[in-house]
Design a protein around this ligand. Structure first.
Ligand SMILES: Cc1cc2nc3c(=O)[nH]c(=O)nc-3n(C[C@H](O)[C@H](O)[C@H](O)COP(=O)(O)O)c2cc1C
Length: 306
């Protein structure tokens, strides 16, 4: 029997396969495809204090090896999450991480308080949201703002605290260090890259119709950026790292483990293959067995020549 379990600084997963926020709803959406409780964990869609309708107009744009989305953090809001979604996750015995979004430090603090009172074991803080009070800069682009946000959440929330970094920065190392030194238990990376989809169509009356979709790029095409970010984060912090970005095969998982990820999240690929997570989990098990190793930890050591 191969031991696929992971212990992320006290937060335990039965395997390293997690689904990424925004691509897995609140889990029941995937019931027809897989037994979700077999996953290491799922990350919920971003949850904000108030419900959000998200953006109007075109929200998705398919591009080479990926997609651009501008969903705009549509979500049911924290009250409905606690009253309606949380009982289902508990009934089905699904290990989950709550993804938090906000546009001011106060928003995040309120959400962290609710998470703490509801006994939620793990939260992932999405810091790619615009900080309205600081002129719409993202929290995740400035080490001081990120440090302040992390320490304020840490004062209230005692569970497993993951800070999810955005790749839209020059110096990811400083941001990771700031999250770690202000109390984060884990870093997850990366969120989507800023991208623009442009579609030009010639209409029957010989005019040109232009569509622009400015949003977050995800999927296979971002994997090299994500691998580079994870490797750089690994060289600057001691806390565990969850690697995210363009994972669609077990080979991708091996690459992320090699550069320093302790667990991984799969996002966009779920839309193409809703059972990809379980397939990868089984293949990972087989690879470990074929190498005559006993556990995921053994595999990580071998990949990293430790
Ligand atoms: C449609 C869509 C919605 C997303 N919504 C969120 C979100 O609410 N919160 C968040 O932290 N990340 C969100 N993300 C980012 C993903 O969780 C993930 O970080 C990113 O897509 C990279 O992984 P992938 O290439 O495997 O999709 C979203 C991504 C997509 C494609």
């Amino acid at each position: 029997m191969v031991d696929l379990s992971v212990n992320l600084n006290g937060f335990k997963l039965k395997n390293p396969i997690i689904t990424a926020s925004g691509t897995y709803g609140y889990a029941d959406e995937y019931d027809d495809f897989i037994n979700v409780s077999e996953l290491g964990a799922i990350v919920t869609k971003a949850i904000s204090i108030e419900p959000k309708k998200g953006n109007s107009g075109e929200r998705l744009f398919e591009t080479y090896g990926g997609m651009i989305n501008r969903i705009g953090l549509e979500n049911v809001g924290i009250k409905e999450f606690i009253s309606k979604k949380l009982p289902t996750l508990k009934d089905k015995n699904i290990n989950f991480i709550m993804n938090l979004a906000g546009s001011s430090v106060e928003d995040y603090i309120k959400a962290a308080e609710v998470a703490q009172n509801a006994g939620i074991k793990a939260v992932e803080v999405n810091v790619s949201c615009p900080n309205v009070k600081q002129g719409c800069l993202e929290f995740g682009t400035n080490p001081n703002s990120l440090g302040h946000l992390t320490s304020e959440i840490r004062k209230i929330y005692k569970g497993f605290l993951i800070i999810k970094l955005t790749p839209n920065v020059a110096d990811i190392e400083s941001l990771a260090k700031s999250a770690e030194s202000n109390g984060a238990d884990c870093i997850s990376a990366i969120n989507t890259l800023k991208g623009l989809g442009v579609k030009i169509e010639i209409t029957p009356d010989k005019n040109i119709k232009k569509t622009f979709v400015q949003g977050g790029l995800s999927g296979k095409c971002i994997k090299p950026v994500a691998l580079s970010m994870v490797k750089r984060i690994k060289s600057s912090v001691q806390i565990p790292i969850i690697g995210i970005g363009g994972i669609s095969t077990v080979d991708d998982v091996l690459e992320f483990l090699t550069v320093g990820a302790d667990a991984i999240q799969i996002g966009t690929e779920n839309f193409r293959h809703p059972d990809v997570t379980i397939k990868i989990k089984n293949e990972l098990n087989n690879i470990i067995e074929s190498l005559n190793l006993k556990s995921l930890d053994d595999l990580k050591r071998k990949l990293r020549n430790e």
